[in-house]
Design a protein around this ligand. Sequence first.
Ligand code: NAD
Length: 336
Amino acid sequence: MNVAFVGCGGMAAHYIGVYRNLDWVRLVACVDPAVPGATRDFAAALATEVDAVVINTPNSLHRAQAVAAIEAGKHVLLQKPVAATVEDAEAIADAAAQSTRTVGLYMSYFDQPLIHDLRDMVRQGWFGDVVHCYARLMHKGGMMVSREVLAGKRNWRASVTETGGGCFIQLAVHYIHIFEWVTGSTVVKATGFRRNLHCPGIEGEDLAVAVLQLDSGAMITLDTAWCADGEELTIHGTLGRVNYRGQQRLAMASSAGPYRGRVVEYSGGTEPAFGGPRGVEQQVEIRPPAFDDIGNPLNQHVQFLEAAREGRPAPVSIASGVHDMKVVWQFYHSAS
Ligand SMILES: NC(=O)c1ccc[n+]([C@@H]2O[C@H](COP(=O)([O-])OP(=O)(O)OC[C@H]3O[C@@H](n4cnc5c(N)ncnc54)[C@H](O)[C@@H]3O)[C@@H](O)[C@H]2O)c1
């Protein structure tokens, strides 16, 4: 499988090793105007010998690049978010719907076995009925971007036109997607607050606090920031709950009994764990796999390449990413 990378910056560097280390894959072109050794010529990604194109560029470039690659008959893996606007995202989805190739969205969290365990736990009733999901996804990257921009350097993350917004579009799409996928429910309402409090020079928000309503009636609280840090995920149901903090520590309790998954180990307990007089809380350490771990059967790049080789759909569809974008837009329109 001959692959071209379009955009060879921060994210591409994390996983380019997948394409170098799989013996049935060959990286034949790297397109990037700012990276030494790469070509500026996008046409290199559409050359006849190229089978698959991996797009890792600023969001506002996704539409033109993805549509061109899809229309040239390539398999395409596109970084999240799908695009900088819903209209652009829909144009990519329309092109993908016409294609007979493997076209999908790269959602990095799907590499993590924990996310797949959580889905199984929910679907098997281990939490009972899900009532609330919480995620905090915050980092201080915006403060660095802010300093760069104030010093006169260009950075696409500072531009609403190039990103589509601020921290919320960049970060919230992960957990909107995860919670919908895990619970099997759909977000029907989104509102909240957004501000830029600590990152002058960045046009979009550096802090966003959102409340989302699922069609099941359950609620999601989603906090994102570029000016604070920390990561956490919680799912609360009528029988159990789980909390994952700092990409490391999973704490869980349930009265539904033991659970043994890919990485989650819960032995159960004799006392009612949840809703009883005392909870039987258990903790395990869970480390996420590296972006370029080709030994991880859930690695999204490996899964994309295998799907392309075997003529199957990509693990994450572009259409599902368009829905994430629509939730982001509902939040942007209603948030004050
Ligand atoms: N968890 C994740 O999966 C995750 C994390 C961060 C970023 N992203 C996404 O990845 C994409 C890239 O983000 P990044 O952090 O790597 O940004 P980056 O700024 O580090 O890299 C972007 C690269 O694109 C290049 N580029 C600009 N114009 C180009 C063009 N016309 N043709 C080819 N290359 C061009 C730039 O020179 C730069 O090297 C974005 O869509 C972003 O939302 C995903």
